[in-house]
Design a protein around this ligand. Sequence first.
Ligand SMILES: Nc1nc2c(ncn2[C@@H]2O[C@H](COP(=O)(O)OP(=O)(O)OP(=O)(O)O)[C@@H](O)[C@H]2O)c(=O)[nH]1
Length: 297
Amino acid sequence: MISAISEAIFVINSAGVIEMINPLAAKLFGAHNEMLIGQTWTDYLQSPFKDEYQSLFDVWNKANASNKQTAPFNHGPKEIIINRGDSTLLEADLSLSCLPSMQMGSEPLFIGIMHNLTNHKAEYHKLRHLAHTDKLTGLANRHAFDDALQTNWNDSINHDQPLCLIIIDVDYFKIFNDQFGHVNGDKCLQKIAKVLLDALPSSNAMAARYGGEEFVVILPNSNPLTAEYIAQKIQRSINQLTFTDLGLPAQTKISVSQGIACERGGQYRTPTALVCAADTALYRAKSSGRNRINISG
Ligand SMILES: Nc1nc2c(ncn2[C@@H]2O[C@H](COP(=O)(O)OP(=O)(O)OP(=O)(O)O)[C@@H](O)[C@H]2O)c(=O)[nH]1
């Protein structure tokens, strides 16, 4: 009967043994439905779900043993990961409910209804990536930067570790745009983004586009000396950029001004205060002639 239902459905007993399963559910488990009958369904769950459902049933079985009536059981929908018959993993949501014992006889049975989440998850990850990425440069965008700064700030305070920030602003970019056009200006920003990514010292460091021709680098667990070293590396690489591949004159050069601020031992009260300090340092770098690095404090 359940074969005709257009949902992925299986029925198990209180020991977790599969008594019935339709082809749609069997497909999610990655095995033929006849092969699955008599098997323990939790054997197809990825850790920690296997342990979670086993202890859920242990608790229910104990409660049921001390009760004359079958205890109610409704669980989910909950996201699970299925370790399929062919060893691939599949994300699904699962609702499990106890079938009324009046209709089903004395042996309690449970019905599981699953939905394949693979496409939803892929779409979710794609949208999440788009929401956190700057379209032009491929760097993290301002939104992702704000999130990452808060997370790094919390880690820095909780583990008493330093946290440095470099704000980077392209010098005289308006002139570059006016001379060579916005399309070349865009390509210039892409080259800068690549320099920043190449300069990151570790996988937990982050480069983001702060807005317009302004960028920011987060350096977790770094001291001011490391931050200055990274800024110098960025400065050198930016000064060495060439634009002949865009058809621009060989002598075309750009520079950036950089402001550094570092949180150590509660120097700044909030992440915003750290950003403001780096911004003030950037302002000093600009006003002292550009193509400069200034460190706050
Ligand atoms: N091509 C391009 N230009 C941008 C983009 N975002 C901002 N800009 C340009 O960046 C320029 C910034 O100009 P200003 O704020 O005057 O700064 P600047 O000319 O770089 O001068 P200083 O910062 O004072 O050295 C403007 O011309 C903006 O149009 C972008 O996504 N693409």
